[in-house]
Each structure stands twice: as C-alpha cells, then as structure tokens.
Design a protein around this ligand. Sequence first.
Ligand SMILES: [Zn+2]
Length: 103
Amino acid sequence: MHARPGDRTRAVSRSPDRKRQRKAIAARDGARCFYCGCSFPDLVGATLDHYVPRRLWPGWRQSNLVLACDPCNSRKADALPWPFAWLLLRYAAADPALYAPAA
Ligand SMILES: [Zn+2]
C-alpha cells in the first residue's frame, strides 16, 4: 500500500504496531490530546504525533511520540514545538561557543 499525501493519520491508525503504540502512550500520558487536552474514549480519534518532527528525529520511538487530535496534529504539522525550541535557545545562549561556525 502506498501512502498518499493526507493519508498519514489514516495509515497510522490501521497499523497494529501504531495501535499498540497509541495504547502504550495513553497508559503513559493519559488518553487525551497532548496539546489541547481533549479526551479520546477508546482512543477513537487519537493520532500519533512526533513531538520533535520526524525530519529532525527520524523513527517511531515512543519517547518522541504523543497522542494528538487530528486538528492539533495538522496544525502542528512539521513544526518544532515552542517549549522545545525555547530549551534549545536557552542551551545555545548558555554556551554560544557550541554553535560558533567552524573556523
Ligand atoms: Zn488537540
């Protein structure tokens, strides 16, 4: 089966592995959207979202996954969540030499 643009969440929800991951994440975080807090009775409507975008941290590690409702998942898309970006900026500000261009 080939994924088409826009089929990402539907393809995820059909996969047994992804279903297991959604259950495990619900046990870890609660059965609600990580971003808006809406609840997912029986995990209906729950999608898996890569907290750090997959382009930056490839794979399906559970530590990088959260449950999200479809609107929140679509809204976030491939963006880096602001709290995570803020931490990176703080880290860079604490030691600018880490990010200085190579001489
Ligand atoms: Zn949401």
